[in-house]
Design a binder for this molecule. Structure first.
Ligand code: 3HC
Length: 655
């Protein structure tokens, strides 16, 4: 039977009375206008063709359907709309079964929910990630999913945007069955369903649920949403499925979707989504092949080194972790095993996977063992002589094609590279702590880094499941340079009249999980203090400089670990400390500054401006490639709220 074509992206073949429809709209089979019109044309055809008993819907390639076409957002709506297509699928007179061959996300999941049966392939996944784009499902997700899996699980999935794999989807009741050959299973299911009444998801009665458990699920979602609108709206819609009939519920859902789609929050989160896709794409690397990396050497197994080791092990790499003594190596192995144990306890890792990780780990005090590594990442004390000495030594040990990466956060990686005979194989990999948790990695393209070394570093970071942001060499790279500028501005405001808790409260109300002074206390004040002392000799005497932090450090107030810093921590609780207020007042008096009051809006405006000015300087100097890269660094490394889009986006959109 020849292929039938219903639109540029929708075709079908007839398999003994079953119309097997394939959506082929690369890269992710998004539901663009021609996919929607193609699906309607296929249904029209199946209606009139008496020989067709029913339909299978499947996706070409690795994805089932990646969702509505995000690139159509902001453009005039073209009919048929997705709700029209989905309504037609659900009410169709012949059985429609989906063979889910890959990700069924957003509108893709909603298509699956409206089918009369769902078969999941081994690589299938299901999710309604709309809240991550600042919207809610707009084609039935909030009304149909709870009918299938109950409101508690639906609140969890829709409120967080979490996707589930085939096994969990079956356990939840989201799909009927998982099958090795989902297409064959779906074709068989159409034939079976042709002989019995169709199961239409929208007609299923809402499963009963314990009110307290629903409230608990709701509270969990809201606690994570930090001022973001969409999760609360998603929960409201799921709960409404209990009170409204399907038609009313769908109308309310659609109205909410359309309102949020045009919101600033959604524009910001779509910017973040697209910026993430652009990150790590470097024009000069087109056509450059990365080197093969299977074994990773890690020098130093402290907090940072063991975090990097865990990340590499759980991503399938062999790891050779080097310490100075056998005792330290044994302790390092214990630390790494401890992190893996915690992952097992929290069910993020199976016991078998933990064993496999430890089997791939060699902890040693023998530097020569690093000869087997394709990439060596150093995570030793951030001191230039320690690092240059190490790189000089490594140069004589590792294989000629092996890559050397430094995890320095403030030192000059070009100076570290210069200590080696071949600086072209040196690159910066600035991980954030704890490295097994934090997604962000600044990939530093040093003066002499070879293109294939940079490409390899990017491929490595991507395989770790992390977000690589490429930057050039500068003190503090992108993140710490902006962080320093923004901390400086916060300290100016202290001197001008604000107090730490007022600045922190403004930041938290804006959406940061924690204000800057609380963050500094948590990280410890001594690193920035040492840096200020290092830079003191070259500081322009005319430059504004606020000594308050120095006074605190001199008094032994180094943050939480010393029991006090910008705040006091009696019993571990953060509290305002009159001694800090007195130190601030003394600093104002010493400079004859008449304190003034600040509104939360002024505080945010000044801090945002400090970030954006530094970001603009980084772009002008060619250290950062795109404003979106700067936004991603601040969101993923420094707690900037994603739903504001990052500092560069927020400033451009006056937020
Ligand atoms: N619409 C348009 N383009 C999309 C898209 C979408 N829904 N999803 C991904 N793309 C594009 C990306 O921008 C990227 O483009 P580029 O090559 O130009 O950079 C390309 O597809 C490949 O994307 P990834 O690099 O992310 O590919 P992966 O293979 O790593 O991941 C994916 C595939 C899991 C489908 C991932 O792209 C993803 O999570 N997509 C977003 C899913 C989503 O949020 N869907 C909901 C949309 S909103 C909706 O459906 C509303 C409805 O309820 C009415």
């Amino acid at each position: 039977m020849p292929e039938m074509r219903f639109s540029e992206s929708v075709s079908a073949r007839l398999d003994d009375g079953v119309l097997v429809v394939a959506i082929d709209n690369p890269p992710v089979n998004a539901l663009s206008a021609h996919v929607r019109s193609g699906l309607i044309a296929a249904l029209d055809h199946a209606t009139v063709a008496a020989e067709i008993a029913g339909l299978v819907i499947s996706g070409a390639g690795r994805t089932f359907i990646g969702g509505a076409d995000i690139k159509e957002f902001g453009q005039p709506m073209v009919e048929p709309t997705l709700p029209q297509v989905i309504d037609r699928i659900e009410s169709f007179e012949k059985p429609i079964i989906c063979a889910v061959n890959g990700a069924a996300l957003g509108g893709g999941c909603e298509v699956a929910l409206a089918c009369h049966g769902r078969i999941a392939g081994e690589t299938a996944s299901f999710g309604l990630p709309e809240v991550k784009l600042g919207i809610v499902p707009g084609a039935g997700g909030t009304q149909r999913l709870p009918r299938l899996i109950g409101p508690i699980a639906a609140i969890d999935l829709i409120g967080t945007g979490r996707a589930v794999k085939a096994g969990e989807a079956v356990a939840l009741g989201l799909v009927d069955v998982a099958a090795a050959d989902p297409l064959a299973a779906a074709i068989a299911a159409v034939r079976e369903n042709a002989r019995r009444p169709l199961r239409r998801t929208g007609s299923i009665e809402m499963p009963a649920a314990d009110a307290a458990a629903v409230s608990a699920a709701e509270a969990k979602v809201l606690a994570r949403s930090r001022g973001q609108l969409a999760p609360a709206e998603a929960v409201r819609l799921v709960k409404s499925a209990n009170q409204l009939d399907l038609e009313q519920g769908l109308a309310e859902e659609r109205a909410t979707f359309l309102r949020l789609r045009d919101s600033e929050e959604s524009a910001a989160l779509r910017h973040v989504f697209l910026a993430e896709r652009a990150a790590g794409k470097v024009e000069k690397l087109a056509g450059v092949s990365p080197r093969r990396i299977e074994s990773v050497g890690i020098v130093g197994t402290g907090l940072m080194g063991s975090g990097i080791a865990v990340s590499a092990l759980t991503s399938g790499y062999r790891v050779i972790a080097l310490e100075q003594t056998q005792e330290a190596a044994t302790a390092g192995r214990g630390r790494i095993a401890g992190i893996l144990d915690k992952a097992v306890q929290s069910r993020r890792l199976t016991t078998e996977a933990r064993e496999a990780c430890l089997a791939r780990l060699d902890t040693t005090a023998e530097a020569k063992n690093l000869a087997a590594a394709d990439l060596v990442v150093e995570a030793v004390f951030d001191d230039i002589s320690v690092k240059t000495e190490l790189f000089r030594r490594l140069d004589g040990i590792v294989a000629p094609g092996a890559i050397l990466a430094t995890n320095t956060s403030y030192l000059d990686p070009d100076a570290i590279a210069a200590a080696t005979a071949d600086p072209s194989r040196v690159v910066g990999l600035h991980f954030f702590s704890p490295a097994n948790v934090m997604r962000l990695v600044e990939v530093v393209d040093c003066a002499k880094t070879a293109p294939d070394v940079l490409a390899s570093a990017l491929a490595f970071v991507k395989r770790l499941g992390k977000l690589p942001i490429v930057c050039g060499v500068t003190e503090g790279f992108v993140g710490n340079r902006i962080f320093s500028a923004y901390r400086r501005e916060a300290e100016f405001m202290l001197q001008d009249g604000a107090l730490p808790h007022e600045i922190d409260a403004a930041l938290e109300a804006y959406g940061f999980p924690m204000g800057i002074f609380a963050v500094n206390d948590m990280a410890g004040l001594e690193i920035a203090w040492a840096r200020r002392k290092r830079l003191a000799a070259t500081r322009d005497p005319a430059e504004r400089y606020v000594e308050i932090a120095d006074r605190l450090c001199e008094a032994g107030r180094l943050g939480r670990k010393t029991g006090h810093g910008w705040y006091a921590y009696p019993d571990g609780e953060r509290t305002i400390d009159p001694a800090v207020t007195a130190a601030i007042e003394a600093a104002r008096a010493a400079k004859n500054i008449e304190p003034r009051t600040f509104t939360a809006e002024e505080i945010i405006d000044r801090l945002l401006k400090a970030m954006v000015d530094e970001g603009a300087a980084l772009l002008a100097e060619g250290i950062a490639a795109r404003p979106g890269d700067i936004d991603l660094v601040m969101i993923n490394g420094y707690g900037f709220p994603a739903h504001k889009g990052g500092p560069m986006f927020a400033a451009e959109h006056n937020r």
